[in-house]
Design a protein around this ligand. Structure first.
Ligand code: AMP
Length: 247
């Protein structure tokens, strides 16, 4: 599925501009996706963005895009962030907030946004709240996807991603048309380094410690919507849209 916008501004930051921007939707949605690694946030983000006309703002995708760029383009902070990512650890809040500040334009975009992978800590959630308030913007909803651990491990171990365009596939639930080959750009698919068992363990721990408390943070603000992440990606997407329709 082709993304609605090319996301250059988000992936590169700074002065970079998107070549294609989303058309103005009937309703501009500003959403945050929460959920443990492996619940399928990336896949849902793609499906939801295509349906809602919003842009998929994934912080993990920023790092994955930076990984393939020339070493000389990587600042020391970015190189350190990539090392954290390889181990499955969270990148420092200061780095993440710098990354967000550089991409304020994406939060202001008329197409709205779907934040995936940010915020992941209380400091990031507070910073996002402050930034949005200063811009006169508000979140419409925080979608929290829930799935049991057994399903999560199955999803992570079958996941394959495209190193060129970041498209996400799954060996059983969303196989590529041609084995090991990206449907969108024909690059050879690979397994993310952080989908290896030792990194998965670290990521789950980071989620429990740092990100799970955000569920309460957003519940208190009346923004939280719990969604079961069981079933096919399309079923989960329909469930989500039904929930959002009731807002
Ligand atoms: P994701 O694709 O969202 O699972 O992100 C992949 C990795 O990038 C994470 O395991 C972290 O190492 C790093 N990362 C992405 N977003 C954040 C964030 N908001 N805070 C800290 N680290 C992050």
């Amino acid at each position: 599925m082709k993304p609605i916008a090319d996301r250059t501004a988000w992936l590169k930051g700074g002065d970079a501009r998107c070549e294609t921007t989303p058309p103005r939707p009937t309703r501009t949605m500003r959403l945050v996706l929460l959920g443990a690694p492996g619940v399928g946030k990336g896949t849902q983000a793609e499906l939801l963005c295509a349906r809602l006309g919003t842009c998929h703002l994934s912080t993990g995708d920023i790092f994955r895009a930076a990984k393939t760029s020339a070493r000389t383009e990587q600042t020391p902070a970015l190189a350190q962030a990539l090392e954290c990512m390889r181990r499955g650890e969270l990148v420092a809040d200061a780095t993440m907030l710098g990354i967000l500040r550089e991409r304020l334009r994406c939060l202001q975009c008329h197409g709205g946004f779907l934040l995936d992978g940010f915020p992941r800590t209380a400091a990031q959630a507070n910073a996002l709240e402050t930034v949005l308030k200063a811009e006169g913007l508000a979140l419409d909803c925080v979608l929290d996807y829930e799935l049991n651990l057994e399903h999560i491990v199955a999803r992570l171990s079958g996941r394959r991603t495209c190193p060129r365009c970041n498209a996400v596939f799954h060996l059983t639930t969303k196989p590529p048309r041609v084995e090991d080959t990206c449907d969108l750009c024909n690059a050879t698919l690979h397994q993310r380094e952080d989908d290896r068992p030792e990194s998965i363990r670290v990521r789950m721990q980071a989620y429990r410690q740092s990100t799970e408390p955000l569920v309460e943070f957003y519940r208190e603000r009346g923004l939280l919507m719990l969604i079961s992440a069981e079933g096919s990606p399309e079923e989960i997407c329909e469930r989500t849209l039904a929930g959002l329709g009731g807002l």
